[in-house]
Design a protein around this ligand. Structure first.
Ligand code: NAD
Length: 313
């Protein structure tokens, strides 16, 4: 009987359906805690002789593929597959599947919630009231007519754009793979950083996007502009961002993702103009259920000799 190892921490948490799909297909499902998702040797040991694995941020590459001879499919419990070595997967003929679109509404909600939290200084005021300080010091900003710059105009990028429209914001976007379109204005990356009051990142982590928010781009931003990152920490040169925030050359940042997680030693967390959440943008009941269902169906299909619903490799 085929074994499926589950390393993704939140798989089938909101509903039993994803797990049921695997069990009803006749697979043994083994939930394992991965203490070191960055360490391929540990990941390989946990996968062992399984035919399929459901991964979260667990690193999967050459070492895993050579040490796990029965592995046929890696199913990502989410969208971003930057933790998987796709070339190594091709070499070893391992199928890589993911679950695009299943968490886009949740992440778009979160990105917009963070935008509102920054604009209205909500975390600051909550903390003040809890400290028994009843003061309205400092002004918030309203969103009407403000410019939202969206980097990466895919599912989530479009999701935050439509939410912003509802608040009367002007939206510009940068995406080298999306052509001009009717409703939203496509601009250059430089123009986006120059014009935006809020910049929100929604590009995948690939060669060109690593550190795309660097000193040069940050220096184009307005002094009262904010940055929101619910994509991947590596999109930002965190040292440069720290300097710009510390010197108040930009107004603030909301970060759900970091280059190293948890980011407890990250100096960005010491800044009063930074708000942070623990990589939970996709963490809703609905997204969890949809993601898990697709992740499970991808595996069932591959192990039954069919195409996964969403194949990456
Ligand atoms: P998507 O594939 O629908 O959209 C990504 C867009 O980025 C595409 O339109 C693509 O053309 C564009 N892009 C590619 N290269 C680019 C570049 N160099 N510059 C600008 N844009 C570029 O993906 P999505 O579902 O919208 O997700 C986007 C990213 O969000 C994922 O790759 C993932 O890393 C991240 N994410 C984070 C969480 C979280 O929990 N915080 C959850 C889901 C997704």
């Amino acid at each position: 009987m085929d074994e499926v190892v589950v390393l993704a921490r939140s798989f089938s948490r909101a509903s039993s359906l994803p797990r049921d799909i695997l069990e009803e297909a006749g697979f043994i499902v083994n939930f394992k805690k991965d203490p070191e998702p960055e360490n391929e040797e540990v990941v390989a040991e946990l996968i062992g002789n399984a035919s399929a694995v459901i991964v979260g941020v667990d690193k999967v590459g050459e070492k895993v593929f050579t040490r796990c001879p029965h592995l046929k499919v890696v199913s990502k419990h989410g969208v971003g597959v930057d933790n998987v070595d796709l070339d190594a997967a091709r070499k070893h003929s391992i199928v890589i599947a993911n679950a695009p679109g299943t968490n886009s509404e949740s992440v778009a909600d979160m990105a917009f919630a963070l935008l509102l939290a920054l604009a209205r200084r909500i975390p600051y005021f909550i903390e003040q009231v809890k400290q028994k300080v009843w003061s309205s010091s400092g002004f918030a900003v309203e969103l009407e007519e403000k410019v939202l710059g969206v980097i990466g105009f895919g599912r989530i990028g479009r999701g935050i754009a439509t939410r912003a429209q509802g608040f009367g914001m002007k939206v510009v976007f940068y995406d080298p793979l999306v052509s001009e379109e009717r409703v939203f204005n496509k601009v250059s990356l430089e123009e986006l950083f120059r014009s935006a009051d809020f910049v929100s990142l929604h590009a995948p982590l690939v060669g060109e996007t690593r550190n795309m928010v660097n000193r040069e781009m940050l220096s184009l931003m307005k002094k009262d502009a904010y940055l929101i990152n619910t994509a991947r920490g590596e999109l930002i040169d965190e040292k440069a961002l720290y300097t710009f925030l510390k010197k108040e050359k930009i107004a603030g940042a909301a970060l759900d993702v970091f280059t190293e997680e948890p980011p407890f030693d990250n100096p960005l967390l010491t800044l009063p103009n930074v708000i942070a959440t623990p990589h939970v943008a996709a963490h809703t009941r609905e997204a969890n259920s949809k993601m898990g269902t697709i992740a499970a169906r991808n595996i069932v299909n591959v192990l039954q000799g069919k195409e996964p619903i969403y194949r990456v490799v």
